[in-house]
Design a protein around this ligand. Structure first.
Ligand SMILES: [Zn+2]
Length: 148
């Protein structure tokens, strides 16, 4: 049966079609079958993405304010808003840092709010942000609050 090839991984003889090509090998095929290759790839991918997730989490833990600022922007965009031309993450970070600090120190959850709500066409940028308590934020809802 010379059209069967032995896969050293699953230790099964399989059709040659079950193996990927590998030009530099003796028989022109890889040593492990497609199924084994896939299992390996899935495992590798999973391990890899876990690693990335852990690295990402570590980065977030090390940069909580910046990661909150990034999260705030993507949330605003997800809600149909957009970032202003003058948006500068470095200038937005202090709002998120302040909200986190106030939440921590007062025990009252604070939010970074859009002065002109996203739903009212407000843009996501440092000049349209303010720190208010979660209760105020919920009470405010989508209503326009003039800050002047
Ligand atoms: Zn195999």
């Amino acid at each position: 049966m010379d059209d069967l090839k032995f896969c050293y991984k699953c230790e099964t003889a399989k059709e040659r079609a079950e193996f990927n090509k590998k030009t530099r090998s003796k028989d022109g095929l890889q040593d492990e079958c497609k199924t084994c290759k896939n299992v390996f790839r899935v495992a590798y991918y999973k391990k890899h993405s876990d690693k990335e997730r852990i690295a990402c989490k570590a980065w977030q833990d090390a940069h909580p304010d910046k990661s909150a600022a990034i999260g705030g922007k993507s949330l605003a965009i997800k809600r149909g808003g957009s970032a202003s031309d003058i948006y500068d993450i470095e200038l937005c970070i202090p709002f998120y840092a302040e909200a986190r600090r106030l939440s921590r120190e007062t025990g009252i959850p604070h939010h970074v709010d859009h002065i002109i709500p996203i739903a009212k066409g407000g843009l996501h940028c440092q000049t349209n942000l303010q720190v208010i308590t979660a209760t105020e934020n919920i009470k405010k809802g989508d209503s326009y609050v003039c800050q002047t």
